[in-house]
Design a protein around this ligand. Structure first.
Ligand code: NAD
Length: 253
């Protein structure tokens, strides 16, 4: 990560204590970044477990509580982190929720709640870090979408809409920032071995695995490796791209 720079890059990972977020934090720290994991304060017991999980990384990963669905909270977080660390060089937007229901049963609350985290959260974080990245002439933004944003999924009109929107956002922002050393890309995981997928009924999970050419669920490390690749200094010629990491589950050109 810090391959071309003298000082360690500071990376912020939202949803940073989640199934994928934890591994993203670990891989970014492993490649030389100082990392701040951002997640909901309400998950106090999970925060304690997270601190244990990253204890071997010698303080390279810190934790900050914030709700990405709240613009003012993200503004305060960005100000605080930039004061503490001097900059936010890398932003990974991995905070996400599901509120599954077929459209006929989906309440407006489930629609708005999901959009506020999965799509507004990306805006709220990017809007509050972008000025600093443009001023310094360096930035890497990686937004986590989903294969279900590419294909659509039964019971997920809200999730699929938000995740498709995330990549539209990445492409538009990539155009706005390309001349200033800031890249914006999307990683679209397929089905991964995380609590989000463990919650899917076992028979449906087996059907999903049967449809994955590689023959297994993705591991968090598979996703984190793609994120770290796009977050590297050396990845400056890749922007506005979507990198699918789905074991061949959905292939497109
Ligand atoms: P997870 O539930 O383990 O982690 C998500 C994290 O986001 C949690 O720690 C949660 O507390 C946090 N979060 C939720 N609302 C938040 C808010 N308002 N502010 C701050 N943090 C908030 O899920 P995961 O499997 O690690 O998923 C991470 C990302 O990857 C999500 O965006 C998800 O949609 C996407 N994704 C996951 C899979 C998968 O198979 N697990 C597949 C495709 C895409």
């Amino acid at each position: 990560m810090s391959d071309l720079s003298a000082t360690p890059r500071h990376a912020v990972v939202t949803g940073g204590i989640g199934g994928l977020g934890t591994e993203i934090c670990r891989q970014l720290a492993g490649s030389g970044c100082h990392v701040t994991a951002v997640d909901l304060a309400a998950r106090a017991e999970r925060v304690a477990a997270f601190r244990d999980e990253v204890a071997d990384l010698d303080g390279a990963i810190g934790f900050e509580a914030a709700d990405v669905s709240k613009f003012d909270a993200c503004a305060q977080l960005a100000t605080r982190l930039q004061r503490q660390h001097g900059s936010i060089d890398i932003l990974v937007n991995a905070a996400g929720i599901t509120r599954d229901a077929s459209l006929r049963k989906m309440s407006p609350e489930h629609w708005h709640e999901l959009l506020q985290v999965n799509l507004d959260g990306v805006f709220n974080m990017c809007r509050n870090v972008i000025d600093g990245m443009l001023t310094r002439g360096f930035g890497r933004i990686v937004n986590i979408s989903s294969v279900n944003g590419q294909t659509g999924q039964f019971g997920q009109t809200n999730y699929s809409a938000a995740k498709a929107g995330v990549h539209g956002f990445s492409m538009a922002l990539a155009r706005e920032t390309a001349r200033k050393g800031v890249t914006v890309n999307t990683v679209s995981p397929g089905y991964c071995d995380t609590p989000m997928v463990a919650a899917v009924p076992a028979d449906i999970r087996e059907q999903i695995i049967a449809g994955i050419p590689v023959g297994r669920l993705g591991q968090p490390a598979d996703i984190a490796r793609a994120v770290a690749f796009l977050a590297a200094d050396a990845a400056g010629y890749i922007t506005g791209a979507n990198l699918p990491v789905n074991g061949g589950y959905f292939m497109s050109f």
